[in-house]
Every structure is written in structure tokens, then in C-alpha cells.
Ligand binder design. Structure first.
Ligand code: SUG
Length: 422
């Protein structure tokens, strides 16, 4: 089979909860303390995978990481099972329970084989150092990537770049190309510190990844994210822009220098089409609240493009109005496909956060990470039987909950024949 785009969705883990851990992520902050529904959340995610598979696309998944992460607590000098956390310890304890690895757009940055010097697909795990709860993900993530992409003739998996440079992976990286299997232009978006919220992506992290991947310097752009976007809650670029093949779908205020950015793209990829949503039609605040841009912009088997958006975006009048006008026009995005991922959305993770795109020949990927409808049913059966129905953040740390969360992940790994990740 030729090189195709494969979307690897993170299966929502059994410890999914709302602990309000991500400063600058308005949804996470506003839902902190709410009761979560891990079973419902994971089933919503699996329904999205089933939906996209039904479009005729290749779908993969990654398993949840081990939680609670007792090693993280030990390294911080904390007991695993203290019933009453000491002052200032609640957030640290919650961090060890976070199911944040579900947002696999932050797992790694991926450069497909047509872009790299050695014609292999390169993946660099993201260090995610800005948020303590996410900083513990990458060693387990890289283990999983090395299993899924073990075929060294086709893949190279790199450790995360040094922690002095924050890297959030594919959420701050876009690739544009005439077609997925053609050489592409890779766009690394970074933020500058100084605003009210952390700029999670450091420019040097993107530069390091581009070097590690052996990208042609003429086919790489380093783009500054606009400070106003970060200040408005766009903690990752994929909250305000998404690209697919020749199309960039972006909010007017996504980049520090939009005109310079568009000109640089067009000069390197003449067929680029830039679909810019003006602030006069959808304000930055509405774009971030609705997650319009945290969409999966997908090339469908008939060659047209579809935009998989969260139902929240479809329900917002300003966004709906703009999308209706877009569909009525003769633009490159021909279909809008709403999906319900509300449990993830309440922590700031839309359809695009939940997937990592890898352009590769599916035959070169470990088949245990690829899905067909029977395998989705298998995973859904495990979730229905083993995932906790609900979690009150006040219960994080309880031994009985820890045991059921670990047993649920164990059952999933057994069913998926991934026991080696235990
Ligand atoms: O890193 N939320 C994630 C959401 C990640 C979304 N990913 C992309 N935009 N690609 C984050 O902020 C919230 C966890 C909590 O508060 O319990 C959280 O980690």
C-alpha cells in the first residue's frame, strides 16, 4: 500500500479526571473539580474513531499510560496512598493520576518519509515540560512509539529534546504538501514568554526536531504564534489553526505575522490555499471556546476534504454561520462533520488533540495499533466492563480507585495483545 495518513487516537484512560492542572487552558481551569466520566469519555473517543474509520480512513490508537504514576510521586518524595495530602500536595498527587496522554497530538512530532534526508518517517517524543502532569508522559510514550513503529527500515523514533526547551509535539507543528505522499513543507509554531499564560513551545525545540529529522532547511518554516492567541487561551497552535495537504485553515489572529507567514508558505508551496477566518466573523474568544480549529481536516477517499469538528463548534451561532457560508462557497473544505467528544473537550481536548497523524504505509506499522471495526468493538467492550463510571477529583489517591484504574488498563492491554507495555 502507498503512504497514507493514519490517525492514531489516544484511548481515554480509566483515570480521566478534571483536576484543573493546565494554566492557560481555559476549559481545564473552568472544569477543575468537576466529576468526570471516564467510561463515557473513552466511549466517545472510540465513537470518533469508528466515525472516521467509517469515512474510509485508516485509523490507529495508542493505549493509556500507567496511572497513577507511583514513580512520579516517589521522585517527589510523596507517599502513594496518603489519605490526606499535605499543604500544596493536592495538585502534585492529581498530576500522577492524569490521563492527559489521551491527547496524542502532544505525543510526538512526526516528519513523514518524503520530507526526511534518510527517507524514513521520523518521530520525536514531546517532552511536555511546561506542565508538570504532562512532563511525566514522554518516557512511556516513547516506549509505545518504539513498539508501534519498530520497523527501522521505515521509522526512526527519537527521545524527547532536552527539557530546557519545551516541546508540545504535533500540536505546534503543521505539514503542508501537494499530497500526503509528496515532499512537504513543515511549519513549526512557537510562542514567546511574557504573556499571562505560559508559552509552552520553545522555538529551539522545533529547530532541534527539524535537525533530528533531517529536514531540508528550505522546506521548513519557524513561525511565531501570536501573543494575543496565547493570552486568549490558545495554549497550543492547534487551537487556532490546522493544515492538511495544500490547505491551511486558520484564524486571522493565530500568528504574530499572518501576512508574512502566508507569503512564506506560498513561496515554498505555490498551490497552498489559505482559508482564513476573520475575527469579524468569529472572534478569537469564540474560536477558542468552540474549538472550531481543533478540527481534523481530512482528505476523504474521493479526494475532497472534510472537517471533523466538535459539536460545541456546530452549536455556536457565529461559527455555524461561518461554516454554512464556507460550505455554500466553492472552497476546498466540502464537508463539516460534527462529533461528540465532550468529556475530552471539558479538559481542553478537541477532535484534533485526540489524534497523532502519521503518514506511512500501514503494512509497516505494528498491527496491534491499527483498528478495524471489530477491534474497536473489542476495545469498547473492555472500556464498558472495566473503566470507572465516574471520578470525583476528591477521590484521587484512594487505594481502591488506584487498584481499579490499574486493573482496567491491564484488561485493555491483555485484550489488545499489548501486555508488553504493562
Ligand atoms: O495539555 N489538558 C491538556 C489538553 C491538551 C490538548 N491538546 C492539544 N491542543 N493538542 C493540556 O492542557 C487538562 C488536565 C487537567 O486539568 O486535569 C489537560 O492536561
Amino acid at each position: 500500500m502507498a503512504l497514507v495518513e493514519i490517525n492514531f487516537d489516544g484511548l481515554v484512560g480509566p483515570s480521566h479526571n478534571y483536576a484543573g492542572l493546565s494554566l492557560g487552558n481555559l476549559a481545564s481551569a473552568s472544569h477543575g473539580g468537576d466529576v468526570s466520566y471516564p467510561r463515557g469519555a473513552a466511549l466517545q473517543g472510540l465513537d470518533k474513531m469508528r466515525h472516521n474509520l467509517g469515512l474510509g480512513l485508516v485509523q490507529g490508537f495508542f493505549a493509556p499510560l500507567p496511572r497513577p504514576n507511583h514513580g512520579f510521586l516517589t521522585a517527589l518524595g510523596l507517599d502513594h496512598d496518603a489519605a490526606t495530602p499535605g499543604p500544596g500536595e493536592t495538585r502534585l498527587r492529581a498530576a500522577a493520576w492524569s490521563a492527559s496522554a489521551m491527547w496524542t497530538a502532544n505525543a510526538a512530532t512526526v516528519s513523514p518519509a518524503p520530507d526526511t534526508a534518510d527517507h524514513r518517517c521520523h518521530l520525536t517524543a514531546a517532552n511536555l515540560v511546561t506542565m508538570p502532569h504532562r512532563s511525566q508522559e514522554w518516557p512511556d510514550t516513547v516506549r509505545q512509539l518504539r513498539l508501534a513503529f519498530a520497523d527501522a527500515a521505515h521509522f526512526a523514533v527519537h527521545d524527547a529534546v532536552p527539557a530546557c526547551f519545551g516541546d508540545e509535539g504535533a500540536a505546534n507543528h503543521m505539514r503542508m504538501a501537494a499530497r500526503h505522499d509528496a515532499p512537504g513543507l513543515e511549519l513549526f509554531v512557537y510562542g514567546r514568554p511574557g504573556g499571562p499564560f505560559p508559552a509552552r513551545q520553545h522555538e529551539q525545540a522545533g529547530r532541534a526536531v527539524a535537525r533530528l529529522h533531517g529536514l531540508n532547511p528550505e522546506k521548513v518554516l519557524f513561525i511565531e504564534q501570536s501573543a494575543e492567541a496565547i493570552a486568549a487561551g490558545a495554549f497550543h497552535n492547534d487551537v487556532v489553526a490546522v493544515a492538511n495537504e495544500r490547505v491551511l485553515f486558520t484564524h486571522e489572529q493565530a500568528f504574530a505575522d499572518p501576512d508574512g507567514t502566508y507569503a512564506a508558505i506560498r513561496s515554498r508551496l505555490p498551490q497552498a490555499e489559505i482559508v482564513e477566518v476573520p475575527a469579524s466573523a468569529v472572534s478569537l474568544a469564540d474560536a477558542i471556546r468552540s474549538y472550531l480549529f481543533n478540527a481534523q481536516l481530512l482528505t476523504l477517499p474521493d479526494g475532497t476534504m472534510g472537517l471533523v469538528i466538535p459539536t460545541e463548534a456546530w452549536a455556536m451561532p457565529a461559527v455555524r454561520g461561518w461554516l454554512d457560508a464556507m460550505l455554500a462557497s466553492n472552497g476546498p473544505i466540502r464537508h463539516v462533520l460534527p462529533v461528540d467528544v465532550r468529556q475530552s473537550m471539558a479538559n481542553g481536548g478537541g477532535p484534533a488533540c485526540l489524534r497523532l497523524r502519521v503518514v506511512a504505509d500501514p503494512a509497516t506499522v505494528d498491527p496491534r495499533f491499527l483498528l478495524d471495526s471489530a477491534r474497536i468493538d473489542l476495545l469498547a467492550g473492555v472500556v464498558a466492563q472495566h473503566w470507572p463510571e465516574q471520578i470525583d477529583p476528591a477521590d484521587l489517591g484512594r487505594d481502591s480507585l488506584a487498584r481499579s484504574v490499574m486493573a482496567a488498563r491491564g484488561a485493555l492491554l491483555d485484550a489488545a495483545d499489548l501486555g508488553v507495555l504493562v
